[in-house]
Design a protein around this ligand. Sequence first.
Ligand code: TYD
Ligand code: MG
Length: 453
Amino acid sequence: MAQAKHKFVCQKCGYTTPRGLGKCPSCQAWNSFTEETEIVSTSPLHRVISHQSNTPEIIAHVTATDVERQFTGMPEFDRVLGGGIVPGSVILIGGDPGIGKSTLLLQASDALSCKYGNVLYVSGEESVNQTKIRSNRLGVNSDTLYVLCENNLELIEKQIEKLQPQAVVIDSIQSVYLTDFQSAPGSITQIRECAAQLLICAKKQNIPIFLVGHVTKEGNLAGPRVLEHIVDTVLYFEGERHHIYRVLRATKNRFGSTNELGIFEMQNKGLVDVKNPSQLFLSDREENISGSVVVSSMEGTRPLLLEVQALVVPTHFGTPRNTATGIDRNRVALLIAVLNKRVGLDIGDSDAFVNITGGIRIDEPGIDLGVLMAIISNHQNKPIDPRTVIIGEVGLGGEIRPVPHIERRINEAAKLGFSRAVFPDYNQKSIDVKGTIELISVKNIYDSLKILV
Ligand code: TYD
Ligand code: MG
């Protein structure tokens, strides 16, 4: 789509001509022309990058204005966005088919339109009728929420200009196309160019645009991550299909932290914010069974209490396996290796299964000690006191390493009525705990074993 244009520019005065001249007609200078090549492109991508020429500014002299954020009316959604939506930003929401992306955005559009005025929901995949059926189910009935069934992005943009909405949803980016480009909707070129075009539109109108993106089998957003560079915010909507919990997680956010999690429950009338996730995740817990422990993990600024379950059984066939749900399998293998070397407990001839209940995935090392204790507890068939919460990272030497935000983790447990917290000795200095919870600090795995199993 790009064309190269040749031109001759006078280096003294900037006079431009299509042919080289000996003498400049403007400043009368001799031999001052040099040839330059200009790339003229119809691609929105190039327009994003070069639509204006800026000059460098001293950062100390730049005055930044605080942006006023919009709120979706779904506190968990706003939390992941970094405390609300920044106008002019483009937010990509990815996730497996059927996880609830359209549901989430239809609910958010409804709330936004009630608060701020016109919102345009562009459905490129479902008919207006289908969207209406969904909105009936969700109780979405705003007078200012518009639905548009269209795939041509130029026409969508015309409608945006006409309607002047306060927010736009494009469901999905794979279903729209620009006629300038020959390739089919959903191809990398179309996805990239359409996203760039929408970025220009968002900045020009100063409105947020949400893009729904499908995830490929490999787990990437379709169009090998090209979109992730273009947009301001990338959110993933995930969860086990057969669980009712859904987690919204930011992997990129130009306007906030990427640590925050938003937790929702999928009910038959749509998604509902989970206000007290710790309580919920522990609510259907069986007490006094071996291999079950409660850990306190930090997700962004919020502590989450979760149950870790482990099952260690002799391998009957072939090589032993580790299976982990909600936690990295390699981390489990590492913990089993530490157990073998430092405690002398060899479970090399057994299959180990570790599960974080509730369908949540945790990447944080602060749950190491809990996972380790769950494995030992099940292996020894000795239940761990159900009112104890276990916190700590395990080092390769068997030492228990400190974790950040220890106070918040322990206070969350105290709030939910836990009577004991086992935590790293290195964290001792920085603890000021409210409520009555017994504090037991441990230096290494041996200390922990003595206390817990
Ligand atoms: P959907 O939003 O269509 O998913 P996506 O856009 O990510 O493909 O969600 C579809 C699933 O959600 C579907 O399996 C039914 C379920 N669902 C509910 O459980 N409750 C509801 O109120 C709605 C609208 C959907
Ligand atoms: Mg959908």
